[in-house]
Design a binder for this molecule. Structure first.
Ligand SMILES: Cc1ncc(COP(=O)(O)O)c(C=O)c1O
Length: 387
């Protein structure tokens, strides 16, 4: 049976009504928002939208409280955190915000989401830096050895997932960032699949940029992107878009960006969303981040052990928790993952996305998933194998 998790998962599940309809194994795409979080999000949205400027001070106070909370959760200073719409926004802020020279090169991993590949390859297509790729592995030594083969005096930046969205592999990002910093190369980490799975301290990781969102593993509202910029690299970073709120003063002869990551924010936005993010962080604070990580790790390990014990099943994720995550990617011999994912959803009310690159299914063992959910999935797959 699961280790002592530290929170009552059945009480948690009662606050996630979609679980009465579906075996929901896909927070890697969209998290599901618990009722207490949703209640505060909606109450804030109603308050701000109904009261307009009358709520302005409250709006800003709520947003800054959320910023401080996010900063604590990531080990950053609040001035290093910008709110964006999603994780992809942060990647685009980097592609558009740095000044590129003729001949520049960037290195990305071979398991990046289009959130990373599209902005970099599109920039390359427009005459920007040449993109190279290294292979995802959990072990630091081979990754650094491959980077050493790829690096040139023109390498400006390494962009990589913290956790691969395909295999759930946790990359050796602290080692990569240290290696890059020693060579004057910038680093951008995509933490969309990492944030709220295990502790993250961006200062300890040593990255220059970290982008993530609140809507996957944290199970907060959609539209809550988070972008971290290391204080020391802020002056190197221009803004792609700008407007009211992003400049120090109204001085059209000498516009100066605000000296914090708020320079990436401008114009009117749905500030209430960020209070929804704050509410999601509060919810995880209440449950306990360590307990959540234990839950994720136990269920990830359980599923992997079951997959490894079945002939004809293949595991595409590393086994040790420190090298992996609660994204578990599996395939079954002779089965087309796309068809399988479709059948699971339509015939068995089980939500798992296919991973085309591996002809596999990706299962998220999120904080509300129980062993029985995984056993139900495995029983369906077992039946399909013998049919
Ligand atoms: C690794 C990774 N990066 C980025 C994204 C995109 O996140 P967003 O929709 O917040 O831009 C995803 C979404 O699945 C992802 O898995």
């Amino acid at each position: 049976m699961p280790v002592e998790i530290g929170y009552d998962v059945h009480k948690v599940r009662a606050l996630l009504p979609v679980l009465r309809e579906y075996n929901y194994l896909n927070v890697g795409t969209y998290g599901i928002v618990a009722e207490p979080v949703l209640a505060r999000s909606l109450e804030r949205l109603r308050n701000y939208d109904a009261r307009g400027v009358a709520a302005y001070e409250e709006v800003i106070a709520g947003q800054e409280q959320a910023r401080a909370h996010v900063a604590r959760a990531l080990g950053a200073h609040p001035e290093e955190i910008a709110f964006t719409g999603n994780a992809t926004d942060g990647v685009n802020l980097v592609t558009a915000g740095l000044t590129w020279q003729e001949g520049d090169e960037v290195i990305i991993s071979n398991e990046e989401h289009p959130a990373v590949t599209f902005p970099w390859y599109y920039l390359q297509q427009r005459g920007g830096p040449r993109v190279k790729q290294f292979h995802v592995q959990a072990a630091e030594e081979p990754v650094l050895a491959e980077l050493a083969q790829l690096v040139t005096p023109h390498t400006r930046l390494i962009a990589t997932s913290h956790v691969s969205h395909r295999s759930g592999t946790r990359l050796p990002v602290a080692g990569i960032c240290k290696w890059a910093r020693e060579r004057g190369i910038l680093t951008l980490l995509d933490g969309a699949q990492a944030f709220a799975q295990f502790p993250i301290d961006v200062h300890v990781l040593g990255c220059d940029f970290y982008t993530t969102n609140g809507h996957k593993w944290l199970c907060g509202p959609k539209g809550t992107g988070i972008f971290y910029v290391r204080r020391e690299v802020l002056p190197l970073t221009h803004v792609a878009h700008t407007g009211a709120g992003a400049m120090r003063a109204y001085n059209l002869e000498n516009l100066e960006l605000v000296p914090s990551a708020r320079r990436f924010e401008f114009g009117t936005r749905s500030h209430a969303l960020y209070e929804g993010l704050d509410a999601a962080l509060d919810w995880f604070d209440r449950l306990g981040w360590e307990a959540i990580e234990r839950h994720l790790a136990w269920h990830s390990a359980y599923l992997k052990s079951q997959v490894l014990a079945r002939p004809g099943f293949k595991l595409h994720s590393p086994v040790p928790w420190a090298e992996s995550s609660a994204l578990v990617t599996i395939s079954v011999d002779g089965m087309d993952a796309h068809t399988l994912a479709n059948n699971l959803r339509t015939q068995h009310r089980t939500i798992t996305p296919p991973v085309a690159a591996f002809n596999a299914l990706r299962i998220s063992t999120a904080y509300f998933v129980i062993k029985e959910d995984l056993d139900r999935l495995l029983a369906i797959l077992d039946r399909m194998v013998t049919e």
